[in-house]
Design a protein around this ligand. Structure first.
Ligand code: ASP
Length: 419
């Protein structure tokens, strides 16, 4: 293949090739009886890749939300858009929960029972809502960054963003440095995301080397169920939302979203997809000041795909361990998964780390994570795609609602996006 052609290879395809090569390499090491070589010399490069992503996510979210707030120039506008955004995210997430419960119950038979232990399930006392609420507010300026506590970072960036807006109203301060910092971290994120193929290769090869290729087979069922959930949620919920909320045909929506969808699928990072997602949403009629607030916020708090994944995996792990969950127990688990998805960073693999926490907090065996860890990347590609599509649909719907509001007041004459 000529050099020019190679450059045209879609990023998603490159990732798949890296994934396949990683699997083959893992099989070779397993067959040669030396899985430790893969763990000692290949895995560290995968860890470096994940570390870089974790490193950049906190400043990126901090500055992108702050830049979003500043770009709206008016605190009242931020409030009205913020409210609509959070409501939209809550409603779509409620649909995601319903879909998990339906899909997981319908297809539970596909999950193997690996251990028919006498395990019964005792859900622990649920964490008090008030404690969760208090935890969202940081008590130390630096700790949210040190601990990568995304919800606390969002609160901090909102407060500082509001503060800057208020200052700007009193004296003419220059707010451009915030935009520059935002652009800078976006650029660095883009650079890191370009390393994804190497990251994927180095993460999957040691898993296959250590566990043998059989892990892939036993996971086909749960992967299929998660993907059915993802697909159904994207097609039903987001299509209806853009149709009803912004009067855009679902076909047009998905067609224009394709670049962002492909990028999210290959990078497995909502935050990494932000620049391209903003472009796609704006092409579909979303307002720039709205996308720059709604999308970074969504990239951290709106994770329908991650909620679906965590719900399905919890039910899968419980089944594998011979635990037969009742509907209300499932409901508790899925709700916990949803709350945890809100605190998940929009970075590759973040959802799996949170899955461990969900398992622990609902009293399911944490060791179960080993069952799904090997193919996390495949889950992640799908859930990130759902996550960013949800964010974009929100930006489009909220923009359309704002435009309608302005038009009613006779203030705006911007045409609404029609099919
Ligand atoms: N990778 C996902 C995202 O960036 C988060 C997750 O791991 O669930 O949206």
């Amino acid at each position: 293949m000529k050099k020019a052609d190679r450059r045209k290879l879609p990023f998603a395809l490159i990732i798949f090739i890296a994934l396949a090569l990683g699997i083959v390499t893992g099989i070779i090491f397993a067959a040669a009886g030396h899985p430790e070589i893969a763990s000692s010399y290949i895995k560290p490069f995968g860890t470096i890749f994940l570390n870089l992503i974790k490193w950049i996510v906190t400043p990126l979210v901090f500055f992108s939300i702050m830049a979003g707030v500043i770009s709206m120039r008016d605190i009242k506008k931020v409030g009205s858009i913020g409210l609509k955004t959070v409501l939209y995210y809550l409603v779509t997430t409620a649909f995601a929960i319903t879909i998990v419960l339906i899909v997981a119950n319908l297809f539970k038979g596909l999950f193997p029972v690996l251990q028919t232990s006498e395990l019964s399930y005792d859900p622990p006392e649920s964490t008090r809502f008030m404690d969760v609420l208090v935890d969202i507010f940081p008590s130390n300026f630096f700790r949210p960054f040190m601990e990568a506590n995304m919800l606390q970072i969002i609160v901090a960036s909102l407060f500082i963003g509001f503060g800057l807006l208020m200052l700007k109203q009193k004296k003419d301060i220059d707010l451009r440095p915030v935009d520059t910092l935002n652009d800078l971290f976006m650029k660095v994120m883009e650079m890191i995301v370009k390393l994804s193929p190497v990251g994927v290769f180095c993460l999957i090869a040691p898993v296959i080397a250590e566990n043998g290729p059989e892990v892939l087979g036993s996971l086909a069922g749960v992967l299929l169920v998660a993907y059915i959930g993802y697909f159904f949620h994207m097609v039903a919920v987001y299509s209806a939302a853009v149709r009803l909320g912004a009067r855009i045909s679902p076909l047009k929506f998905f067609k224009e979203m394709l670049p962002a969808i492909l990028f999210a699928f290959s990078s497995a990072s909502s935050v990494g997809t932000l620049p391209i997602n903003e472009e796609c949403a704006e092409k579909l009629g979303a307002d720039k000041s709205i996308t720059s607030f709604v999308l970074p916020l969504g990239a951290t708090i709106n994770m329908d795909g991650t909620a679906i994944y965590q719900g399905v995996c919890c039910i899968f792990i419980a089944t594998c361990f011979g635990i037969d969950l009742t509907f209300s127990q499932m409901m508790t688990i899925v709700l916990t998964a949803t709350v945890s998805s809100i605190g998940t960073a929009g970075a590759p693999g973040a959802g799996m780390v949170m899955l461990a926490m969900v398992l622990q907090s609902v009293g399911l065996p944490v060791e179960g994570i080993a069952l799904v860890a090997g193919v996390d990347r495949i889950f992640d590609m799908g859930r990130t795609t759902v996550n960013i599509t949800g964010d974009a649909s929100c930006a489009i719907v909220v923009s359309a609602l704002e435009k309608r509001k302005l038009r009613k007041r006779g203030e705006g004459s911007a045409p609404e996006a029609e099919e």
